[in-house]
Design a protein around this ligand. Structure first.
Ligand code: SAM
Length: 164
């Protein structure tokens, strides 16, 4: 099982990016997004709407104490300061929690994590880092979804199969 923790959500600044973290987590095979910071009902419901239309079993949960989540899981913290993720990604097994930050990550995350991994060592984005890490973790395969709306891949236009 793979889950994602997004740290330090701020309603005013992070609504879009946290939604994107959730959608990337879902699309690349994670089953849940936990987040800390401000609880954001709007962000949660926009993710739930996508899940109810496009399927899958993905949930979003606000947590106050992220340390409780760390018990019994391999903690992978994505950070520009980490070691090259590609050296470790194929070796990480079991229940995995991938942690991504926002503006400021609590210092203790570095020591509480089993792996501090960089997707490159330049600053970029939690969305990009998560997508690249999960893509490699899943060996470049996407899970299959069956929902009310199903995209039919099309080289020239847009095609959707609607299940009533
Ligand atoms: N100083 C931050 C850091 O530790 O990576 C950059 C802050 S960035 C705005 C927000 C989040 O994006 C970080 O907490 C981290 O999870 C992710 N991130 C940014 N660049 C990354 C990189 N090169 N490798 C892995 N994760 C990265």
């Amino acid at each position: 099982m793979i889950e994602v923790l997004r740290l330090g959500h701020r309603i005013s600044r992070d609504k879009r990016i946290s939604t994107h973290v959730a959608l990337v987590a879902r699309t690349f095979g994670a089953s849940r997004l936990y987040y800390t910071g401000q609880k954001d009902g709007e962000m949660e419901s926009s993710v739930c709407k996508i899940v109810s239309k496009f399927g899958g079993d993905f949930s979003v949960e606000h947590v106050k104490d992220f340390k409780k989540l760390f018990l019994g899981k391999k903690i992978v913290h994505l950070t520009m300061y980490g070691d090259d993720f590609s050296k470790y990604v194929g070796k990480i097994k079991g229940n995995v929690l991938v942690v991504v930050g926002g503006e400021k990550v609590p210092g203790e995350i570095y020591s509480l994590s089993d792996y501090n991994l960089g997707v490159g060592n330049q600053p970029h984005s939690e969305v990009a880092a998560l997508a690249v890490f999960l893509d490699h973790f899943n060996k470049f395969k996407f899970p299959k979804f069956k929902g009310k709306l199903n995209v039919v891949p099309n080289i020239k236009g847009k095609k959707i199969f609607k299940k009533e």
